[in-house]
Design a protein around this ligand. Structure first.
Ligand code: NAD
Ligand code: IPM
Ligand code: MN
Length: 296
């Protein structure tokens, strides 16, 4: 029987509460199942670690993680101790980028018995495929101070390779489900990127004549997630649109505390990373009320 070697990073805030709960469940699954076995190795990398060492993880942290079958992450971020851009680029985003976890799979599914904020919820079951390596989360940009003037510039970077990869992933996934892909766009804006996104979507779609499609502007799509979530199967979205849509996906399920996320390394060179959609929730940390289902 293969023993799965799992690197565990509880991280910050409620990550330290929901990860132990999820490990208990995984251990119970292994016991009951009998045909699966895990070995967990925990790493204390977090904002607390940063306060002690001046970095979010050791210099050879990625080398260490590389040998594991998968990474199980809680959440990163304690803005009272470390500015978010330092903690996130130093751990969460570093792993996503360096390990080429280019696809983020984020399902949302109606659970009977959970109170949804939707007035009359119908069963829904959709997956957002979020592009996880580029787009609005580019490292291109900067800040300029010139006398009293201040400017912040962020350049969104959409490559054909990255865009097409996310879309093909969505179409392949849809083939295993209800054969429907929705594209989250904003090509009515003044952007350069979204008409490009639409063009790539039209090109990819030609290769999947057996899969039906729809395309909505992100603002309308966000509203449809509330008014008719049951009409979606697979939704493909850019990095930022996918980020925003998936907290909404959690919310309509009943809590962002129950939404899961998988950062997938599609080329098999590095481990993938599994985490909840939510963050470290400093507002409830320590109260023992964090919902562990997203982590589980
Ligand atoms: P958040 O997801 O941590 O919290 C948003 C709201 O949802 C809060 O009111 C929180 O109490 C609630 N919530 C979140 N998870 C919950 C759970 N499991 N059970 C019950 N309620 C839950 O988002 P935020 O407040 O914007 O960010 C807090 C910190 O987390 C920041 O430092 C942020 O950068 C970081 N963050 C990290 C990740 C990650 O590591 N993947 C994701 C999102 C935010
Ligand atoms: C998420 C988070 C991260 C993201 C932040 C913390 C950088 O919101 O995993 O959804 O935007 O990707
Ligand atoms: Mn998010």
């Amino acid at each position: 029987m293969k023993k799965w070697e799992i690197a565990v990073i509880p991280g910050d805030g409620i990550g330290k509460e929901v990860v132990p709960a999820a490990l208990d469940v995984l251990k119970a699954v292994a016991d009951v199942h009998g045909g699966i076995s895990f070995s967990f190795t925990e790493f204390p990398w977090s904002c607390d670690y940063y306060m002690e060492h001046g970095k979010m993880m050791p210099d050879d942290g990625l080398e260490t993680l590389r040998n594991f079958d998968a990474i199980f992450l809680g959440a990163v971020g304690n803005p009272k101790l470390v500015p978010d851009h330092i903690s996130l680029w130093g751990l969460l985003l570093k792993i996503r980028r360096e390990f080429e976890q280019v696809i983020n799979i984020r399902p949302a599914k109606y659970f009977r018995g959970l109170s949804s904020p939707l007035a009359e919820p119908r069963e829904f079951d959709f997956i957002v495929v979020r592009e996880n390596s580029e787009g609005e989360y580019s490292e291109v940009g900067g800040r300029i101070h010139r006398r009293e003037d201040e400017i912040a510039i962020q350049n969104a970077v959409f490559t054909r390779k990255g865009t097409e990869r996310a879309m093909r992933y969505a179409f392949e996934l849809a083939r295993k489900r209800k054969r429907h892909v929705t594209s989250a766009t904003k090509s009515n804006g003044i952007f350069h990127t979204m008409p490009f996104w639409d063009e790539v979507f039209a090109d990819v779609k030609r290769d999947y004549p057996d899969v039906a499609t729809a395309s909505y502007h992100i603002d309308a799509l966000a509203a449809f997630f509330v008014t008719r979530p049951h009409t979606f199967d697979v939704v493909v979205a850019s990095n930022l649109f996918g980020d925003i849509l998936t907290d909404l996906g959690g919310a309509i399920m009943g809590s962002i505390g129950i939404a899961p996320a998988a950062n997938i390394n599609v080329n098999g060179k590095y481990p993938s990373m599994f985490e909840p959609v939510h963050g470290s929730a400093p507002d409830i940390y320590g109260k023992g009320i964090a919902n562990p289902i997203g982590q589980i």
